[in-house]
Design a protein around this ligand. Structure first.
Ligand code: FE2
Ligand code: FE2
Length: 357
């Protein structure tokens, strides 16, 4: 069970969703006040057998060490970014045709686009923090030394990802959004579960699989050089993280009893339903005086976003199949969500096509 409580019952005065961050150091004071504690409990294990037991994990760890990078040096942070200029092409803006958006003047529309990209990157940043916490939990929880070594390297990778997204948001976009409640619900479930394989399944297979597809989409669409370079470096790491999950779990579910397996299937179905249609960012509507429900509806019905949300699952579904979790129940649910079409997709080929391996 997840128990959480905010450190303070009232929000900090200077951090309003929808307002650009203050440029001075008052941001640091506001952020310090935003702390949430989650009580977790899971078995932590020593492993006294230091040799390899899971084929492939040592190689992946060797690659992880070899491919470390320093976010301060690997990216050109001197690039100037104008957040009012389209970071994503206007032609794919899902709000085109949404009457309240169309009625705005050009200056207001620029501000909406600035908000959209800030919201999206903010969710990436919060997801990266979740990944950093879960990777650190896996170091303690996972029962093989190879996986402890790998998860240690992943914890550092995720720290770097938090660093780059937060730096980009703070210094280039100067606008940051709180975590979306549905994303937060999924992160809470993964962080709070006592079973180590749920942490893998939730983070390495689902969240990171979805993130890889979202990153690939953003990388392809943006012409903003710093963001493009940043995303490419993050994707190189994420591609390994998904492989870590698949390698670690590939034989794990084969002998699992019916009821235990059913728990995993329920979790997969619920998480995919949550991520399929409930991550549209209707909270941003408030910043522009749009009503949330018509805004949410416009985002859900946008043909561009419908396609995008389906493609988010192009790595998740084939990887679940490799783990033996694409049971008839899961297939029925995925068919309903319109994502079963990806069961024969090849994530390794997708990564190779993007130059990541
Ligand atoms: Fe990451
Ligand atoms: Fe990751």
């Amino acid at each position: 069970m997840v128990q959480s409580r905010p450190a303070s019952s009232s929000p900090p005065a200077a951090h309003h969703p929808g307002s650009p961050l203050p440029a001075d150091d008052s941001y640091a004071r506001v952020a310090d006040a935003e702390l949430e504690r989650v009580l977790t409990s899971f078995d932590t294990c020593y492993v006294w057998r230091y040799g390899s037991v899971q084929e492939g994990l040592r190689d992946l760890y060797a690659k992880a060490k070899r491919d470390q990078w320093d976010a301060a040096l690997a990216l050109d942070w001197s690039i100037e970014v104008d957040p009012e200029e389209p970071i994503l092409p206007e032609a794919i803006n899902p709000l085109l045709g949404f009457a309240p958006y169309e009625r705005m003047d050009e200056r207001e529309q620029k501000r909406v686009r600035h908000c959209q990209i800030a919201w999206q990157l903010s969710q990436f940043m919060h997801g990266e923090q979740g990944a950093m916490i879960v990777a650190s939990q896996l170091v303690g929880a996972v029962p093989w030394m190879d996986a402890k070594l790998y998860a240690s390297s992943q914890t550092m990778d995720e720290a770097r990802h938090v660093e780059v997204f937060s730096r980009y948001l703070r210094t280039k976009l100067e606008w940051e959004w709180p975590v979306n409640p549905n994303l937060k619900r999924l992160l809470d479930t993964i962080i709070g579960d006592v079973r180590w394989d749920f942490k893998y399944l939730g983070m390495q297979i689902l969240v990171e699989g979805l993130a890889m597809a979202a990153f690939a989409n953003l990388h392809q669409l943006t012409n903003e050089k710093l963001l493009k370079d940043l995303i490419h470096l993050v994707m190189r790491d994420e591609s390994r993280h998904v492989a870590f999950g698949v390698l670690s779990l590939q034989d794990f579910y084969a002998d699992m009893s019916g009821s235990e397996r059913r728990d995993r299937e329920d979790f997969v179905i619920e998480a995919c339903e949550l991520m399929r249609d409930r991550l549209v960012g209707e909270e941003t509507a408030d910043a522009f005086g749009f009503d949330r429900e018509p805004y949410r509806q416009a985002m859900v019905e946008s043909p561009i976003l419908q396609l995008f949300r389906q493609q988010l699952f192009s790595r998740v579904v084939p990887n679940l199949r490799r783990l033996g979790l694409l049971s008839p129940r899961v297939r029925t649910a995925f068919d309903r969500l319109g994502i079963l079409q990806f069961e024969d997709a090849d994530p390794a080929a997708q990564d190779a096509a993007l130059g990541l391996v």
